[in-house]
Design a binder for this molecule. Sequence first.
Ligand SMILES: NC(=O)c1ccc[n+]([C@@H]2O[C@H](COP(=O)([O-])OP(=O)(O)OC[C@H]3O[C@@H](n4cnc5c(N)ncnc54)[C@H](O)[C@@H]3O)[C@@H](O)[C@H]2O)c1
Length: 339
Amino acid sequence: MKEKVLITGVAGFIGFHLAKKLIQNGYEVIGLDNINDYYDSGLKYDRLEVLGISKDNALTLNCIAESGTYKDFKFIRMNLEDRKNLPELFAREKFNIVCNLAAQAGVRYSLENPEVYVDSNVVGFLNLLECCRHHKIRRLVYASSSSVYGQNKKVPFSTEDDVDHPISLYAATKKSNELMAYTYSHLYGFQTIGLRFFTVYGPWGRPDMAMFLFTDAISKGESIKVFNNGDLERDFTYVDDIVDGITSVIEKKIINNDEKYSLFNIGNSKPVKLLDFINQIEKELGKEAKKEMLPMQPGDVERTWADVSSLKEEFNYNPSTSIEEGVSKFVEWFKSYYN
Ligand SMILES: NC(=O)c1ccc[n+]([C@@H]2O[C@H](COP(=O)([O-])OP(=O)(O)OC[C@H]3O[C@@H](n4cnc5c(N)ncnc54)[C@H](O)[C@@H]3O)[C@@H](O)[C@H]2O)c1
């Protein structure tokens, strides 16, 4: 029998790519998402359309929709905060593995609207842990974030480093997820694997992230906001590399003496200077950016750089997409999607 995986946040950027990959690899996938309007929900419906779910079928809350394209994909519009329907979904579908990507993302927005971060990322995550506990889920894989490292100066960032000083509420909720997962693995014995994602980019990417904002503005001849006068570095990670890494973690056979709780960085491990990144987008678009140089934003960090040695060792993780190739693929998608 096929393994059944629940992917939460499936209409989102990474969840959408992961769903395609797992269907391809022979899993039965149920995707969950509340399709909130933090950014253009049209992009979320379009991602679902690629997965064979029409907008009409995705509109109703708590109702399973079958894919017209993939026989092994179904979608349910549901809130992780829904303490009634989420357990019913688990009781009915009997998942083997859960991958939690649903969350309120974005560092900057957490300064404006902190409540939604606690609702989705803390209350929602607790509901999911409770469901995993009561429905004997073997493995929960969940998204954490490089933002937990805060203003860590030591590079590359290692999961051994201190992460007790998050500088945004978003980061604090992600760190809370790691603590909550530890507690549930300890108390109830199911396996939890946290992955700290480092700035993911690629086709179908998020409109609130730099890659998208810059490409959009430069192509329209509008100015871009360059924070900290451009003196920032990010460990940009191409979405296919992230998805390959998550898939290896999902697929690894469970052995009885496996660690119940574990945590890994998942990044490219090659930080890129922001100005070089902008330069690459300019090259691909054949247009020069108008740069508005600005000071550092509250909540933001100067540099991220993932030490991925343990993910390499345990899961053969091997990110292979260069920034040149990744930016080129993003810009190609952007041009064709927005015509
Ligand atoms: N993209 C990155 O660079 C990055 C970096 C670090 C961590 N992450 C984490 O990875 C995960 C996926 O990120 P993404 O970039 O695909 O973001 P995304 O916003 O595109 O996807 C998240 C999806 O979750 C859904 N969602 C949010 N709250 C929900 C709730 N309460 N119930 C049900 N669905 C809900 C949203 O509608 C959205 O479609 C998130 O947990 C994010 O915090 C992403």
